[in-house]
Design a protein around this ligand. Structure first.
Ligand SMILES: NC(=O)c1ccc[n+]([C@@H]2O[C@H](COP(=O)([O-])OP(=O)(O)OC[C@H]3O[C@@H](n4cnc5c(N)ncnc54)[C@H](OP(=O)(O)O)[C@@H]3O)[C@@H](O)[C@H]2O)c1
Length: 362
């Protein structure tokens, strides 16, 4: 089955980054160049007109970036997409897996990356300029490209969470945090000037929590130290985790989506189909037959599970989807109908997911 190309209505401008990006982006979490299924899914998405791909240094320990580089170069070489129409986003900050082993090696050799947050035994974090310089070099090597369009600091709030665990007073922790961000941004301005990145920004899970929470990242304060290259933010947003649109993120009662839009930023939302509730993970999408078999459930069980989720969506959001739309399609259209949201990043790592997601725009 071939994929239909996305309609013109499935594109919007992404702030100052690009005049036209697809409203769904390919989410690169849990994709790997060693999987033919993931390769085919990304290829189909790009050929059908998906024009934004989100990856990170730590996704599949670098193998997500390798996959993105390989598939993008192949699709462009075959003339099925034009590089200048694509927006490739990667992120830096996590120190895990082989990156963590390198951090340990450097520390032992007496040349550590500076300002390391040793958050947990298997998860360190860093945004110092020397670290970011090295990370970008490694990302460009894995992508096999001279430049990435957007580099995001990946969940910099680890510093705040760690400081809170260690009992550092909130005011002191925040001063140190925004000071580190300002230095990271100055470095990223120099990377933009050198042509290794097009723009930069921040992806934070705590953009969406109330502004007085200890680990909250304030987009207002972030913008106060950002330079002209700061152009994109990313945050979680799904039917049960709707914090992004709540008026809780500034002292005068604005939402992070309002602040982002007023600043002319491009807004990417992540984890649109995977919602965490008090009762655990709720999936706003059907399960594939093989996954259902593994779980010991039937398609009828899944249909019954999804019914109340579809009713909830119709009640909470004005879902502009037809009656026969799948749950994933209804969910994405509902989220994309929220003012301020430009692109939903979807973990469409199987060709069947790509076809389902793109069917929302048929
Ligand atoms: N902090 C951050 O910066 C951050 C955090 C989270 C995510 N992200 C970005 O956002 C992207 C999306 O998040 P996500 O991948 O965690 O979650 P998601 O897009 O909400 O998808 C959740 C899961 O749903 C399944 N799925 C996707 N499309 C489907 C479809 N059409 N029908 C049925 N099932 C479908 C996949 O599960 P299976 O493959 O397991 O079946 C997928 O992993 C990530 O890939 C990443 O690029 C960024």
């Amino acid at each position: 089955m071939t994929v239909r190309r996305l309609a013109a209505s499935a594109y919007v401008p992404l702030g100052r980054v690009h005049p036209r990006v697809s409203r769904v982006g390919f989410g690169g979490y849990r994709v790997d160049d060693r999987s033919d299924v993931h390769r085919e899914a990304l290829r189909e998405a790009l050929v059908a007109g998906v024009s934004l791909v989100d990856t990170s240094t730590n996704y599949a320990d670098g193998h997500s970036e390798i996959l993105v580089g390989e598939v993008v170069r192949d699709v462009v070489a075959r003339g099925a997409a034009r590089r200048e129409n694509l927006v490739l986003v990667t992120k830096a900050g996590y120190v895990q897996g082989s990156n963590q082993r390198e951090a340990v090696r450097r520390a032992r050799a007496g040349t550590p990356w500076s300002e390391m947050t040793e958050y947990a035994p298997d998860c360190w974090h860093c945004i110092s300029p020397d670290f970011l310089r090295d990370q970008l070099t490694s990302s460009l090597e894995r992508l096999a490209m001279p430049k990435v369009d957007v580099l995001l600091l990946h969940n910099p709030e680890y510093f705040l969470t760690d400081a809170a665990h260690r009992g550092v007073p909130q005011g002191e922790a925040r001063e140190a945090f925004y000071d580190r961000l300002a230095r990271a941004f100055r470095h990223l301005e120099s990377e933009a000037a050198a042509g290794r990145i097009g723009a930069y920004g921040v992806s934070s899970n705590t953009f969406v929590v109330p502004h007085d929470k200890e680990d909250a990242v304030s987009l207002e304060r972030v913008l106060a130290s950002a330079g002209p290259g700061f152009a994109v933010v990313q945050m979680p947003f799904n039917p049960l985790e709707t914090g992004a649109k709540e008026p809780l993120h500034t002292a005068d009662g604005r939402s992070v989506l309002d602040v982002a839009k007023n600043a002319g930023l491009g807004v990417l939302v992540n984890r649109p189909l995977n919602a965490f509730s008090a009762r655990g993970l709720v999936r706003f999408a059907a399960f594939q037959p093989d996954v259902l078999r593994e779980l010991g459930h039937t398609a009828d069980w899944d249909a019954e599970r999804m019914m109340p989720l579809a009713s909830y969506l119709d009640a909470e959001f004005r879902t502009p989807a037809g009656a026969d739309a799948t749950l994933a399609q209804r969910t994405l259209l509902a989220l994309l109908g929220t003012p301020g949201v430009d692109v939903a990043l979807v973990g469409m790592r199987r060709p069947a997911y790509v076809r389902d997601v793109l069917g929302a725009f048929a």
